[in-house]
Design a protein around this ligand. Sequence first.
Ligand code: F6R
Length: 610
Amino acid sequence: MCGIVGYTGKEQAAPILLDGLDKLEYRGYDSAGVAVYDGEKIQWMKARGRLKILREMTHDGQILPGTCGIGHTRWATHGIPSNENAHPHFNETGTIAVVHNGIIENFQKLRNRLAEKGYTFASDTDTEVVAHLLDYYYKDEKDPLRAILRTMNRVEGSYALGIIFQDHPGQLYAVRKDSPLITGKAADGNLIASDVPAILKYTRDVYFIQNEEIVCMDADSLRFYNVDGEQIEKESVTIQWDVTAAEKAGYEHFMLKEIYEQPRAVIDTLNPRIRDGKIEIEELGMTDEEIRALRKIYIVACGSAYHTGVVAKYVFEELARIPTETDLASEFRYRNPILDEGTLVIVVSQSGETADTLAALREAKKQGIRVLGIVNVVGSSIAREADDVMYTWAGPEIAVATTKAYSTQLIAEYLLAIRFAQARGTVSEAEVDEMLAELRRLPEHIELLLGNKERIQRFANRYIAARDVFFIGRGIDYAISLEGSLKLKEVSYIHSEAYAAGELKHGTISLIEDGTLVAAVLTQEDLYKKMISNMVEVKTRGAFLLAVTNVGNTEVEKTADYVIYIPETHKYFTASLAVIPLQLFAYYVAIGKGCDVDKPRNLAKSVTVE
Ligand code: F6R
């Protein structure tokens, strides 16, 4: 996730900007840049790679004079990590500089319009359209605030922007919608940033900018405006946290922060691909004819990414009627799979660097098979080598155990399945509309489940001494069980297994003893009865039964000892909701046991060895 900073005051700006960017490193980035007004014009420097490179280029900021500027660490979204795509971005004359965090969803449309008006682009980013739009409106208005307001009316998506205009020396503007932005008042100047740690060294007096609020500042004053351009008053907040706590935005761990970021991550992955009520996956690179010609899909991945593929198998097969096999990348690469014309291989990876997944991709390509990557990290090896890439916009994931990347991978797979079904005529337009409406509701449903965390925490506290936990489900619920079980064992070190509920009695049921916790996932209405039978089987052998089911399925209370209800959604999308309490359960059991949840033992965030 990108980080932005800005400063205007009495001190040299560049060293302060670099210092702020250092504190935002935890957000993840692949390039960085700063722009400073030097008393005559805006000067800038950008560098792909670590901040250290920018520091060396600018002699820790010393070679950039001037007391007003903006800085940015970029986590690539539109366009590969490169010097050209690094921020700040400018209008053609270099008199307006912009840094941006977020995604401009309608950037392609705006880019086309601006190109028609003669604007040329120096980067592949969505941000550059903002610089040109500001230029367009500034020429008309001659007033930065008016130009910003008119630009806000044109852009859709999420943004926190820091802006300087050469014609207005010493003035720094910032605005936000759905991306974080704060501003602080220090002794010798004023600052903006994406997050509190970037400015804590200079001030603890912080204003939290709300959606569609604009801040205009110079060395001595801060003024706030609403979306109508009217000046408004805001109260500052005194920050009590230390820097480390501030990086986690007040959450105790990155894992919890990332669990809470899921509604936003789902929105960012979903919204750019639904336009005017229709699915548009520009990056898919397949015509309807090619989709119709598909005879087989392999979904290949590792760990949690593989688990999303297990969910997707059910959805692809039922919805698009395409035979789909989900395979562990470490198996796929050595088992000589039958890949022929009409096969599509989908590889799924958060990091884009997982060795086995990358090897599976290469194996498929070697056999001339088209590979689609679902990847979170832009410019990663898998993203570069796949024929087509569909990015998940989860932002950087820092906790080793994935949560928000898992959720966004599911969204990408649902969208693909619906798109394929549409092209193949296996679904009606009315069904598509209904599914898209349900997808759009997922973020608010996730919020609702997150709001219920105390109940899950209380339940988790009872199981910190558990020795074994079993997760059971059928169909999609089996896929959810796989993820619930992995989350628990990797962060809490409690032995756990996931079983297809009907399979338990073929051996594993011998492990059920008095008090063994069995988590039953039952979100597929047509399988309720079968699931209840399996629950009774373990209950009669002493199991304590936790059920995760759809709201309204009160029947389950007759069998389960504890029930967590998820909001109603389409039967294909229940994994997106049922996984939330299971993530929270794993997290709370782990912290109850005193485990290092963000960095569990023996695990690495990116597994680059086979
Ligand atoms: C579990 C987890 C891992 C990853 C797996 C694949 O919480 O994070 O199981 O899902 O190592 O990693 P990526 O998605 O980076 O290929």
